[in-house]
Design a protein. Sequence first.
Length: 327
Amino acid sequence: MKRVTAAVLNYNGRDLLGVILPSLERQTYRDFEVMVVDNGSSDNSVRYLRAHWPQIRVVSLGAENIGVAAALNVAVRKAKGELIALLNNDIELEPGWLAELVTAVDRHPDAATVAGKLLNFYRREVIDAAGDIFTHSATAFGRGGGERDVGQYGREEEVFAPTAGAALYRASALADVGSFDESFFAYFEDVDWGLRAQLLGHRSWYVPSAVGYHMGSETTRPTVNTRYYELQHRNTLALLVKDVPLPFMLRNAHHIVAHHVLALAYSARAGLLAPHLRGFACALRASPGWLRERRRIQRTRRVGPTEFDRFVTSRRRAGGARGVGDG
C-alpha cells in the first residue's frame, strides 16, 4: 500500500488533466498512488483517462455533479494512504511538491494538514495563496493573494488552514474532524472543515518550498457564474451559523456587519444583487440544520477563545475573499 493517495477532483476538465497528471508523474517522491474522482463530467474525461492514463485509479460518480464537498468525501473514503493529497484539476505542481509536504508532516507530528505556496499559473511571480487566514469579519482569505512574490512568505509557519485545492491531510485528522459538509455543495467547504479542525485543536502548517500553480476559475467559468456567486454568499453565512464561536461574533459584530454591507453594495454595483440575495434566502432555509450542527460542534470543541484567535487577523490581503472566483 502506498503511503500517500493523491486525489484529483475533476469536472469537465479533460484538458486540465493534461497538466496536473504529468506534474504528478514528475514528482520526486514516489510512495504514492493517483486517483481521479470524476464528478459527472460530460466531456469524455473518464474515457480519456482510461485510454491515456490506464495506471491511474478512476472513480466515476456517474452523470450528475454531486458537488465539491460530496466529491471530496468520496475521495477521502476511497483513499488508501495514511496521507491524502486533495487536489483541484486546475493545478500544476513542481516536482518536489509532494516530497516537501511529506517531509513537513514528518517534521511536525502535530500537523493535521500541510500546504505549500500556490502561485498564479499565468503570472508566476504573483501569489495565489500562501495558506489561509481568518479575519475579524469571519471571512477566509488566501494569504497574500494577488501580491507579487518577493519572498515575504518564505518562512515555514503555522497558518489558519490550507485550501483543499492543493493540500496534504492526515487521514487520521480527516476522521477526527469529520467529513466535508455536503450542504455547502461548493465554496468554503474547506474553510468549514478548517474551522472545525481549529476548534478541535488541530494544527495546519504552511511550507513555502512546496510550490504549485493555480489557474483559478477553470471549472466554474464564466468568471461571474451566478450559481456559484450565490453559493459563495450563502456559505459565508453558513460559516457564521455553524462554526464561529459566539464570543468571537459578539466582539467582532461591527466587522462582520460591515463586511456584509460592503459585499451587498458591491453586488448591487456589479448587477449581481439578485444571486447575492438568493444566497441569503438559501442560507435562511438551511439554518435549522446548520444550527443543529453548531450545537454539536461547540459542545465538542477543545480550544478556548484565546487559542481560537491565534490566527485571526485584521489585515485584508490583496486578492479578495477566498472562494470568490476560485475554481
